[in-house]
Design a protein around this ligand. Structure first.
Ligand code: HEM
Length: 465
């Protein structure tokens, strides 16, 4: 298309879909497939009509940078987040502008690199607890759902490291509740909301799960109020925060919103990054061997600590590559607050910009052999020429994930601790399919056998690569 045409109010090309609903039925059926296909077919910018909404799918790093960073003020989280907002309330993940900035500033100190490094001990200990529990499972020869195991591990880490708490009487029921919540919000993400309020059995289950989560969060907050601790963790910061002008603290409701946000955002995504990592390792014997060799050579049988992480670069590459192929936050979107130019086209106020890491991470223009699992593509040499905005597991710009460092340290320690002692095998006939709800879950769970492993022989010769 000529530059003249691109700069007029012509819409970019895109899939047509059906009358009135446009691409809504297709996107509901297979969102990642539909966006992938459009990127292949139409290039950098593709027009989408999804039900009542219109917008562009953008896949050019410069356009993504424009939306997420350079002109971020013009872009709010899209109305699709409304479902999440209705559930979570208006907090760090879902709010905008001044209010968001205030909440971000309150929480930010808890995530400074040094402070997070100080939490590594708690993370490593939680991973060792899981390793100890797996001992019995490994000798019993029964498969486990690694998805559930990783949820439990990452939830324990968020609770202990950021909230200094446990869930007391709610611990046993929270997994089931969160699965119901995720499915309900995920499935209703693209719905028009016409039937959301109907008192169906599903809706009642959702309300019960929601109440359980709320009670669990109240339990965490009340426990801390009963036993104030002098630890300067996230929960203390949230409790101590005072408005500069009024001197008032957060209301109980606001506190509940933020604690729920951290509990959910912190557990779910990191857990999925780990689950997909175990799956990919189980399918790629040479990567698994190289990972084990690195862990054995560096740790020599002792448990990993924060100071080891810099010496475990391949472990980190494996995690980066797993998040490339299966980004836990597979897609997000923004809504233009004012007219803008995007990808050379006029983007009217109220239209959306879709940023889909699942698609960006597989674009052949930036990734050689994009469907292959190849952790070494994240080596410094092979990453040098890659534009920043094509790898976005944590988003970018001012709304970038606040838990980015936290998650990476946690994931590296967890993989090193568990792979040091065990090798995981997918059970035969386990179907594996990514399920793009709010996060990218394995649709059928991830049932795996846990095998105790012996240490690899010390490597005496210099590696060629
Ligand atoms: C592998 C793990 C993780 C992934 C892939 C991930 C991904 C993301 C992404 C993509 C966003 C931005 C969404 C957008 O721009 O619309 C985000 C935001 C956020 N994440 Fe994470 N996240 C992870 C771990 C964590 C952890 C461990 C925490 C907290 C303990 C956390 C808390 C948050 C919060 C509070 C926000 C909202 C930040 C804001 O808008 O200021 N995340 N995350």
């Amino acid at each position: 298309m000529s530059e003249a045409a691109r700069t007029t109010r012509v819409r970019p090309p895109g899939p047509r879909g059906v009358p009135i609903l446009g691409m809504l039925p297709a996107v509901r059926r297979d969102p990642t497939g539909v966006f992938m296909d459009a990127a292949r077919r139409y290039g950098d910018v593709a027009y989408f009509k999804i039900g009542p909404r219109q917008g562009f799918l953008i896949t050019n790093p410069a356009d993504i940078r424009h939306v997420l960073q350079d002109n971020a003020r013009n872009y709010h989280k899209s109305p699709l987040y409304q479902k999440l907002r209705m559930f979570l309330g208006n907090g760090l993940l879902t709010s905008e502008d001044e209010f968001w900035l205030r909440q971000r500033r309150i929480a930010q100190p808890a995530f400074h690199r040094q402070r997070v490094a100080g939490l590594a001990r708690v993370m490593a200990e939680a991973a060792r607890d899981t390793a100890a529990e797996w001992q019995t499972i490994a000798s019993g020869g029964q498969p486990v759902d690694v998805d559930q195991e990783m949820m439990r591990l990452t939830r324990t880490v968020v609770l202990r490291a950021l909230l200094g708490a446990d869930l007391g009487p709610y611990a046993a029921k929270i997994d089931a509740a969160w699965t119901i919540i995720n499915e309900q919000i995920g499935e209703s993400f693209w719905s028009l909301g016409l039937t959301d309020w109907l008192p169906t059995a599903k809706h009642r289950r959702f309300q019960a799960a929601r109440k359980l989560l709320r009670d669990a969060v109240d339990y965490v907050i009340n426990e801390r109020r009963r036993n104030p601790s002098d630890s300067a963790d996230l929960l203390s910061m949230l409790l101590a925060a005072r408005d500069e002008e009024t001197g008032e603290g957060m209301t109980d409701e606001q506190l509940r919103v933020e604690v729920t946000t951290f509990l959910l955002a912190g557990q779910e995504t990191t857990s999925l990054a780990l689950t997909w990592t175990w799956y990919l390792l189980s399918q790629h014997a040479s990567a698994q061997r190289r990972l084990e060799e690195e862990i054995d050579a560096v740790l020599n049988g002792r448990p990993p600590e924060y100071s080891d992480l810099a010496n475990l670069p391949y472990t980190r590459m494996v995690i980066d590559e797993a998040m490339r192929l299966y980004p836990p936050a597979w897609g997000f979107s923004r809504q233009a607050q004012g007219d803008d130019r995007l990808g050379g086209f006029h983007l009217p106020r109220g239209w959306m910009a879709f940023v889909v890491p699942y698609v960006l991470h597989r674009l052949p223009a930036y990734w050689q052999d994009p469907d292959a699992f190849d952790p070494a593509r994240f080596s410094p040499e092979r990453s040098a020429d890659r534009p920043k905005f094509v790898y976005l597991p944590f988003g970018a710009g001012p709304r970038q994930c606040i838990g980015n460092q936290f998650a990476l340290i946690e994931a590296q320690l967890s993989v090193a601790t568990l792979a040091q002692r065990y090798r995981l095998h997918l059970v035969p006939r386990q179907k594996v399919e990514p399920w793009p709800l709010i996060t990218l879950r394995p649709r059928f769970g991830m049932s795996m056998m846990i095998e105790r492993r012996t240490r690899s022989a010390p490597v005496t010769t210099q590696r060629a690569s």
